[in-house]
Design a protein around this ligand. Structure first.
Ligand SMILES: Nc1ncnc2c1ncn2[C@@H]1O[C@H](COP(=O)(O)OP(=O)(O)OP(=O)(O)O)[C@@H](O)[C@H]1O
Length: 416
């Protein structure tokens, strides 16, 4: 087909899409923010009318203080039948199963007709992790991210993957291109096109999924595999990519890849031994020998991330002046058992936090308020229910591996 004819068809298709979105309560912009094999992703705006009718959308966008969404338009008329019958429904059901987590792209709703399916997604407007690594490497004139930044991002990624696994979903295509960043620098796991139910514990999968560079050796060897353990391998590749700016194993042919995998990763000088140890722990040939997510979260290289999380929480959530008995009602008030004051620190972090008493917390200099307590809590992966009840439990962690509560004490919040 001639280029002019193709362009006209594209314009007609785009106008149809604009109308179809408008009929469903969204204003589609012409800004294309990405494309996949059978899909295009556009920036769009939710109408007030739509927000009134969709509680997921309303509650999320209220917190973000904008009405922007990403609409993924899948051309089901052009895609192979197997894609529309198998992979697209799996993507939608996986996104529904993993709703809602701060580090997983949220699906607000879908609508469809005979030619297209529309996925209305949370917008992550700051590109993907690969772009971020490349841009940062160029800026620093040194390949890879600072370990501190990699740690912060891995913390969020581990939280997202743990949430998926706990929800019975294995991603199976974890790679830097599928990890998006939003305008607050918050990581959002996306593209659940290959995701599947993890099913019964220890049940094995057999489909080859994902990109060779991130694929676990057992999949390359066409063995039956455990999806959760395969995701752990990919996490190791992603961490390696973050701290070195390179992929650990790069070969086009699977047998060449397997040869490199057996030899193990090599590291640039200067990379901390703790980080090398964590990467090696994930890039274990034997799936069962790989570190579990819980072990990753408590690995000594990761602990500063947990510490930073607590310090951020302790320092940056300034409590409002005390007004005894007055409770600011937030939209997510939980009828909690405000029972005893904090006694034990979370087991997972006990060794690191033993010194965190009321006094030591108070000795931290609180920063002036930069954002409202709820925003700060959100970005730290914590959920606050209310802000003004000294000595009471006022929130909890959203991190699936970090089961803790937030307590209000005069001047600070404590995490226990
Ligand atoms: N929620 C989102 N916010 C911002 N950009 C997004 C979002 N979802 C997808 N994109 C962009 O659109 C691109 C394609 O989306 P996605 O990967 O979901 O499609 P796909 O059809 O599964 O792609 P592929 O065929 O590469 O697997 C992404 O690489 C990303 O750049």
């Amino acid at each position: 087909m001639k280029a002019a004819g193709r362009k006209k068809l594209d314009q007609r298709a785009f106008l149809e899409q604009v109308h179809e979105c408008r009929d469903n309560g969204y204003l589609l912009s012409s800004k294309k923010i990405g494309s996949g094999a059978f899909s295009k992703v556009y920036l769009a705006y939710a109408t007030q009318e739509r927000m009134r009718h969709n509680s997921k959308l309303a509650s999320d966008l209220r917190g973000k203080r904008h009405t922007m969404v990403a609409i993924k338009i899948v051309s089901t008329a052009e895609a192979p039948a197997e894609f529309s019958r198998k992979f697209l429904p799996r993507e939608i059901s996986s996104l529904n199963a993993t709703y809602k987590h701060l580090n997983v792209v949220q699906l607000y709703e879908t609508f469809a007709n005979s030619r297209r399916t529309y996925l209305v997604l949370e917008l992550a407007a700051h590109g993907d992790l690969l772009e971020h690594i490349n841009a940062t490497s160029a800026h620093r004139r040194c390949p890879g991210l600072e370990e501190e930044e990699a740690r912060r991002l891995l913390w969020q990624l581990v939280s997202a993957v743990a949430h998926c696994h706990n929800s019975g979903i294995v991603h199976r295509d974890l790679k830097c291109e599928n990890i998006l960043l939003d305008d607050r620098g918050c990581l959002k796991l996306s593209d659940f096109g290959f995701a599947n139910r993890s099913g019964l514990k220890n049940s094995l999968l057999s489909t080859f999924c994902g990109s060779v560079a991130y694929t676990a050796p057992e999949i390359l060897m066409s063995k039956k595999y455990n999806g959760e353990q395969a995701d752990l391998w990919s996490l190791g590749v992603i961490l390696y990519a973050m701290v070195t700016g390179k992929l650990p194993f790069k070969e086009c042919q699977p047998h060449g890849m397997l040869y490199l995998m057996r030899r193990g990763p090599t590291f640039r000088p200067g990379l901390s031994p703790e980080c090398q140890d964590l990467i090696r722990g994930l890039l274990q040939l034997r799936p069962r020998a790989r570190l579990a997510l819980q072990q990753v979260a408590t690995h000594h290289w990761m602990l500063p991330a947990a510490h930073a999380l607590f310090c951020t929480t302790l320092c940056a959530i300034p409590e409002k002046p005390e007004k005894p008995q007055l409770q600011t009602s937030l939209d997510n008030v939980e009828p909690s058992a405000d029972s005893d004051p904090p006694r034990s620190l979370l087991q997972l972090w006990r060794p690191q936090l033993q010194g965190t008493s009321h006094e030591s917390a108070s000795s931290l200099t609180p920063e002036p308020p930069r954002a409202c307590p709820r925003q700060v809590a959100d970005s730290a992966g914590l959920q606050l229910w209310r802000t003004e009840t000294a000595g009471r439990r006022v929130g909890r962690s959203r991190h699936p591996l970090l089961l803790c509560s937030i307590w209000s004490v005069p001047g600070h919040y404590l995490v226990s």
